[in-house]
Design a protein around this ligand. Structure first.
Ligand code: 13P
Length: 253
């Protein structure tokens, strides 16, 4: 059975103190009312070590939002997968459209990052998704397939078991425009079929595929009710405990 997951991506938000307060509050709220899905928070690098000490890792997994495409050495300003792992984090988000677009992360760079993350014992939340232009041209399936082939389909079946996919249509990120549940389900089912073609039906059935893009408490229930949507990767709504908890609780309905 594949996991149901609600993961937060804080992006470049929260000072250290604000982030600690947010993680403490979430930890308390989830200790009092246990989730029935896996919960992960993706935070900036500077928060990881402190937050790792605060949270109950049995309830909340911890993720970085990026890691370097090199193992170690003279790469000023970079943070390696080994460093991320040493904070106590269990996950890293890779391939986010903001990293692809603003920091020019290519399929090849992401392939290296994924390999290094896995080699250092991190699980990967790998993001894929098309732009508005690509959706309007009707080539969204080709785009997500190419993103998978370009950066994760080199993995062995055993390695691929450590990958969670996050489908995030770029036109829905931070825009308030959510893909409809039917639109999301259609492409999630397609993504699962592409994984099945590559790794076989069982691995495809066991792979969690999250939806991301303006997911909030009011639409999470409808999205999560779809058979191929296994949870969400949440940006804006992960910055407030009440909103994030509202999305987590969508799995209880
Ligand atoms: P929003 O939930 O703010 O649209 O962001 C989605 C996202 O990019 C998560 O990685």
């Amino acid at each position: 059975m594949r996991k149901k997951i609600v993961a937060g991506n804080w992006k470049m938000n929260k000072t250290l103190q604000e982030g600690i307060a947010l993680a403490e509050e979430l930890n308390q709220v989830l200790a009092a009312d246990k989730p029935n899905c896996d919960v992960v928070i993706g935070t900036p690098f500077i928060h990881l070590a402190k937050i790792s000490d605060i949270i109950d890792h049995k309830v909340i997994g911890l993720s970085a939002e990026n890691c370097a495409d090199k193992e170690s050495g003279a790469y000023t300003g970079e943070v390696s997968a080994a460093m991320v792992k040493s904070t106590g984090a269990e996950y890293v988000i890779l391939g986010h459209s903001e990293r692809r677009e603003y920091y020019h992360e290519t399929y090849e760079i992401l392939k290296e990052k994924v390999l290094l993350a896995l080699a250092n014992g991190l699980k990967v939340i790998f993001c894929i998704g098309e732009s508005l232009d690509e959706r309007e041209k009707g080539i969204q399936n080709q785009i997500v397939k190419a993103e998978l082939e370009g950066s994760v389909f080199n993995l062995s079946a055993d390695e691929f078991k450590n990958i969670t996919i996050a489908y995030e249509p770029i036109w829905a990120i931070g825009t308030g425009k959510t893909a409809t549940a039917d639109q999301a389900e259609e492409i999630h089912a397609y993504i699962r079929s592409v994984i099945a073609d590559k790794y076989g039906k069982q691995i495809a059935e066991d792979t969690s595929i999250l939806y991301g893009g303006s997911c909030k408490p009011s639409n999470a229930g409808e999205l999560f009710a779809k058979p191929d949507i296994d949870g969400g990767l949440i940006g804006g709504a992960s910055l407030k405990v009440a909103d994030f908890k509202g999305i987590i609780d969508a799995w209880k309905k």
